[in-house]
Design a binder for this molecule. Structure first.
Ligand SMILES: Cc1ncc(COP(=O)(O)O)c(C=O)c1O
Length: 489
């Protein structure tokens, strides 16, 4: 197995102008993110950024133009391929809010024209706020995944929002989820989720999959019949998600074929069915060695849909994807200062950062996932191979993750050295939690939201970090805590 490339892998300095990724470039010894000199946030100098202040480290930074870029890129590819293949269905880009539900993210995805996929009752509240603000417009689909059985707050909230927004599709993961929507008496266009997970290319393999999500084929057809028989319900969407980060383009589409086949069979019986939703899983660059041909994927997927639907003599579907990681991974970075270079005769020197790797990027220690790490300054100095230690008192608070063979090189010059973890914008913050109390009671960092105006200037919002009092109050030590305690006998 090849190992991931997570940064600069040489002792020589990084040549000026070196492009690590389309949006990360070395310039005058500093790292630039879309023309924005990151080190200036802590050290000043560089481009005039009009922030008017030096910021404290650690610092989270989110770059909203990168979200828009992702959406526009895939929209453009599918538009081209649809034209080339005379594909009659539409491409529907939905954002999977579970990847990152922050307000600035949702406002950006909706502002860029995305449909919206959600998985819990608070997600419905977020959608409601976006309807009121005019960002979730009547033309957008609201796709409701996640468990929504009878008596759950989620099903009740979906039923309520139907009065505020018409294009709501509850996607049934199980027959038991049908009842609330049937009983509501409201007209709902429904989705069905077929059980699917992993490398399956035949319907028998799909049926044998061990997955907590979706229905087996027999239950799927039975649920479709119930929907058809209900006067207020109709079948609109078939949902078939096969996994996450499927970097083998050819295999990805092959795994989707049994789902397309089931779609075509259902479509023969239920003409209201018009959307094939392949869920999430679209890969995105988490490391520097990433390669994926999105255009070839789109071509192969639409060709497969044409071929299969042609065989069943049914119209091709509108194709929907629920893009979580693809949309948000690259827009987020987390910046730290190296506060000590420690040589305790371990295999490699330890560079200690002023924050926690574990609680900032839970997928790194929990799943051994890799992210890109680059210095923000001293790129023009020699490098050495190192390991990173977080500031918590925990032996797992290290990077590269334990067991990894990916080398990490950073500058030997550690005076005022700042580094960034990149491609961390999806899931990490939601898993680590926003605000609250973190491992070893470290307060949450400041966050800088960066956007670009139409004339190419940067625009900032600065969200302050947690104060010690906030952390203490959260743990029950503040005077306000008396108000939170509910009286018991
Ligand atoms: C139903 C559903 N849709 C979409 C997604 C988003 O997946 P990804 O972030 O890989 O795009 C997930 C992720 O778990 C999911 O469960």
């Amino acid at each position: 197995m090849t190992r991931p490339i997570i940064g600069w892998e040489q002792e020589a300095p990084v040549p000026d102008g070196h492009q690590f990724k389309s949006y990360l470039r070395a310039e005058n010894g500093r790292l630039h993110m879309n023309n924005f000199d990151l080190a200036q946030l802590f050290l000043g100098g560089g481009v005039e950024h009009k922030l008017g202040r030096i910021l404290p480290s650690p610092l989270e930074i989110v770059f909203l133009p990168l979200i828009r870029r992702q959406i526009a890129y895939l929209e453009e590819i599918f538009a081209d391929v649809r034209a080339e293949l005379d594909y009659e269905g539409q491409f529907l880009y939905a954002y999977a809010s579970k990847a990152n539900a922050a307000e600035e993210v949702i406002r950006t995805t909706l502002g860029a024209g995305a449909h919206h996929e959600m998985s819990s009752t608070i997600d419905v509240d977020i959608a409601r706020k976006m309807i009121v603000r005019g960002l979730l417009t009547p033309d957008r689909w609201l796709v409701c995944n996640g468990f929504k059985g009878l008596g759950t707050g989620y099903s009740a909230n979906i039923i309520r929002i139907k009065d505020e927004h018409d294009k709501v599709v509850p996607v049934l993961d199980d027959l038991v989820e049908l009842t609330p929507f049937h009983n509501s008496g409201k007209k709902f266009e429904m989705g069905l989720r077929q059980k699917a997970y992993g490398p399956q290319t035949t319907i028998d393999e799909v049926e044998a999959a061990n997955s907590r999500f979706g229905m087996d084929v027999e239950t799927l057809w039975k649920t479709a019949e119930y929907i058809d028989a209900a006067p207020n319900l109709s079948l609109k969407m078939h949902h078939f998600m096969v996994g996450s980060q499927l970097t083998e383009r050819a295999a990805f589409v092959d795994y989707l074929r049994p789902g397309l086949e089931t779609f075509a069979q259902l479509r023969q019986r239920y003409p209201s069915l018009s959307i094939f939703n392949f869920g999430g899983g679209m890969p995105v660059a988490m490391t520097l060695d990433f390669e994926f041909d999105y255009r070839a994927f789109a071509h192969k997927l639409l060709t497969a849909a044409q071929e299969i639907c042609g065989r069943y003599n049914v119209p091709v579907p509108d194709i929907m994807g629920e893009f979580g990681r693809y949309t948000t991974a690259e827009h987020g970075a987390h910046l730290f200062k190296i506060i000590a270079a420690k040589d305790n005769k371990s295999d490699l020197p330890w560079y200690i950062i002023d924050g926690s790797i574990m609680s900032s990027f839970p997928d790194s220690w929990a799943l051994g996932e890799h992210f890109v790490v680059l210095p923000l300054n001293h790129l023009d100095k020699p490098f050495q191979q190192v390991q990173l230690g977080g500031i918590t008192c925990d032996s797992d608070d290290v990077y590269p993750p334990k067991g990894s063979t990916a080398p990490l090189y950073l500058p030997t010059e550690t005076d005022d050295l700042y580094i960034g973890f990149f491609s961390i914008g999806a899931y990490q913050e939601m898993l680590g939690g926003v605000r609250g109390s973190k491992h070893c009671v470290l307060p949450e960092a400041y966050e800088l939201v960066v956007d670009e105006t139409e004339d190419g200037r940067f625009r900032f919002e600065l969200i302050r970090g947690q104060t010690p009092d906030e952390v203490l109050t959260n743990l029950g030590y503040g005077p306000q805590n008396a108000w939170l305690k509910i009286a018991t006998e």
